[in-house]
Design a protein around this ligand. Structure first.
Ligand SMILES: Cc1cc2nc3c(=O)[nH]c(=O)nc-3n(C[C@H](O)[C@H](O)[C@H](O)COP(=O)(O)OP(=O)(O)OC[C@H]3O[C@@H](n4cnc5c(N)ncnc54)[C@H](O)[C@@H]3O)c2cc1C
Length: 416
């Protein structure tokens, strides 16, 4: 049965991370929003030392996997993902851009974790647990392929003991951090057989310093500006044969089991995005409630809706949306922690959270009027930071499509 009461370990982690977010992250949020391509190195080094001390794991920072010991004060294995969702929400309450810039494996690390061999995990994930801040990234999106991953054009051709990659990737989160600022890696999706469609698509690990990879663009963005997003070009980029994640065989062009396995990476990462969204939404809601309290506006909980003021109704709606998103997400995390396939629930949680944070932050700006629009406060920034949750790791529309397919038991071809 799902228990919605957080364990003492999760409550402890939540309050500790909240303190950190409030005192170390929130105060520098504006500075790194204004100076888009700078990194808060002092903070990042502090985060790295936390990770080394055991706070990292495979959460927002996507650090090296840790063997969890059951026992006093240690979280039990079955709540790893819930614990991650709870702590991610707190850090993103502090600031989304800075939190996304934290060192760790990110999506690339999650892909290695989900479909790497024990040797690959040892080789590529161990680097996140040391003294140095290191980043991982994942490159799927191309100018001609986003939601429709099957149409990606980057190719990988086996030549002796090496794969040769050619193509272009865009919007790679932490791509600069992984490929320029640290000895990191990027997991690149490429096709080994275009005629095989999805069955031919495989992920490859490209390490920093590999000849033939180039950062061709650093994005200027609306929100999450402390996090770097880049375009990467691969020109005859040679990587070792063993750097493929999963099997290199395309046994049956109608079977996409390998592709589905890699897509399962998102079952673990979509709940992370939902938690990020909940954090940003709660930041906006807390701000509005604080300002209303300063003005002496009292919110009457528990009265019937026809007696509520418009402000009360709006606040209750925002709370309700965020709570629904959080609970859906905890359910997705709980399933993952208990070894269940959560593909449907992860997509539902992400779709709901992306919508909830977009609506909540926009409503908050609307309710605050000029205070919401002014750069004196962070509210306008949270509205900008919110939207990405409805775009990356599959847009809101795509999450709803996946949800509908799963509920109706329709195939990809039956419901496009
Ligand atoms: C800041 C940022 C960071 C990112 N980080 C990464 C990263 O680290 N790695 C990576 O690989 N990518 C990353 N992306 C890319 C992101 O995942 C894609 O932008 C996203 O998947 C949408 O793909 P697209 O841009 O090709 O848009 P499209 O697929 O062209 O979509 C455009 C619009 O059409 C809608 N749409 C598309 N297909 C359908 C359909 N079948 N039914 C209904 N609506 C549909 C979409 O929902 C969207 O609203 C990032 C993007 C941004 C902005």
């Amino acid at each position: 049965m799902i228990d919605f009461d957080l364990s003492p370990a999760a409550k402890g982690a939540k309050s500790m991370i909240h303190m950190f977010a409030e005192n170390a992250v929130r105060p520098i949020a504006r500075q790194y929003d204004e100076n888009e391509h700078e990194k808060p190195w002092d903070l990042l080094k502090m985060v790295q030392s936390f990770m080394k001390g055991g706070l990292g794991g495979s959460g927002v920072t996507g650090g090296a996997p840790k063997k969890e010991k059951e026992g006093e004060g240690k979280p039990k294995k079955r709540e790893t993902n819930i614990l991650t969702a709870v702590t991610v929400e707190e850090i993103f309450w502090g600031d989304a851009g800075i939190a996304l810039a934290f060192p760790g494996g990110g999506l690339g690390g999650a892909a290695v974790q989900a479909s790497g061999t024990p040797e690959q995990k040892e080789k590529f994930l161990a680097r996140f647990g040391g003294d140095e801040a290191v980043w991982g990234a994942m490159a799927i999106t191309e100018p001609e392929a986003g939601s429709d991953t099957a149409s990606l054009r980057t190719t990988a051709v086996l030549d002796g003991d090496e794969w040769v990659l050619n193509g272009e990737k865009i919007f790679v989160t932490s791509g600069k951090s992984a490929m320029e600022d640290s000895p990191g890696f990027v997991v690149v999706w490429a096709t080994i057989d275009r005629s095989a469609g999805r069955a031919g698509i495989k992920p490859f690990i490209v390490e920093q310093g590999t000849p033939g990879v180039q950062i061709t663009k650093i994005e200027d963005k609306m929100g999450i500006r402390a996090s770097d997003t880049v375009s990467l070009s691969f020109m005859d980029c040679r990587i070792p044969k063993d750097n493929i994640l999963g099997s290199a065989e395309v046994m049956d062009k109608t079977k996409t089991e390998g592709f589905k396995k890699v897509m399962a990476t998102f079952d673990a990462t979509r709940p992370l995005v939902a938690a990020m969204a909940a954090g940003v939404g709660r930041a906006a809601l807390d701000f509005v409630k604080e300002k209303l309290a300063e003005e002496g506006v009292e919110l009457r909980y528990g009265i019937s809706t026809n007696r509520m003021t418009a402000i009360e109704r709006d606040i209750m709606q925002m709370e309700c949306d965020l709570k629904a998103a959080r609970l859906l997400n905890w359910r997705a995390c709980w399933m993952l922690d208990n070894g269940m396939r959560n593909n449907l629930e992860a997509s539902m949680a992400k779709a709901k959270a992306g919508l909830a944070v977009t609506r909540t932050t926009q409503k908050a700006v609307e309710m605050m009027g000029p205070l919401g629009y002014s750069r004196k406060y962070l509210l306008e920034k949270w509205m900008r930071d919110a939207k990405i949750n409805d775009i990356f790791e599959g847009t809101g529309q795509i999450q709803m499509l996946i949800t509908a397919r799963r509920i109706l038991d329709f195939s990809r071809d039956q419901l496009k």
